[in-house]
Design a protein around this ligand. Sequence first.
Ligand SMILES: CC(C)(COP(=O)(O)OP(=O)(O)OC[C@H]1O[C@@H](n2cnc3c(N)ncnc32)[C@H](O)[C@@H]1OP(=O)(O)O)[C@@H](O)C(=O)NCCC(=O)NCCS
Length: 185
Amino acid sequence: MIGHIEYLSIRMYRPNLRRIPQYSLLDGFGLRFFRRGDRKTWLDIWQTVENHERVTLKTFRQSLGYDLPALPRRCLFLISPDGHVIGTATAWYERDHGQRWGRLHWVAIRPEFQGRGLSKPLVGAVMNLMRVLGHRRAFLITQTPRIAAIRTYLRFGFRPDISTDEDHRAWRLVHRHIKAVPVSM
Ligand SMILES: CC(C)(COP(=O)(O)OP(=O)(O)OC[C@H]1O[C@@H](n2cnc3c(N)ncnc32)[C@H](O)[C@@H]1OP(=O)(O)O)[C@@H](O)C(=O)NCCC(=O)NCCS
């Protein structure tokens, strides 16, 4: 997307899951949950949006597949009007300092469907799902060049988690490309 932004990891969090912005899907688009065999579906999307060597079956196993029974209630796919799977996002979970956190994880939309605003209903559905699953707070990890993703997360009320000098540097980079994003809450 924006190849010239230095690649630094950033973390964002939402201290509560109240007042999640709601966005309707465009006409004809739909959502469905992960089903048996969908690791291929997931991998296919991710290998289309990223480098094939970077996202592999091992990546899937290490980040989601270690709890396969959780996926049919946590991983969503976005479906196009002609029935193709065109995106995915997951309401994952982690423990941090004894607290249970929802984790917005692995959000992607196929390149030919990007830039049409579809990330909003997809992320919104996953945020609603986190709440339904009993989470009270959420975080995510992303990287500085992912400007469309960061805009979406800011819109959903995620805040930058800035604690180290490296975090400051990363957010200075991001702010060069994102001046202000209205929080839709
Ligand atoms: C991140 C991703 C899901 C966003 O979906 P999308 O369809 O491209 O984005 P949308 O059309 O919904 O737009 C989301 C926001 O980003 C902005 N945007 C979209 N494309 C952009 C681009 N190329 N550069 C900068 N901003 C962009 C939109 O204007 C919108 O901002 P706004 O709400 O303030 O108007 C998609 O780009 C993607 O799959 N990227 C590759 C994988 C990835 O980076 N995933 C995130 C992992 S943390």
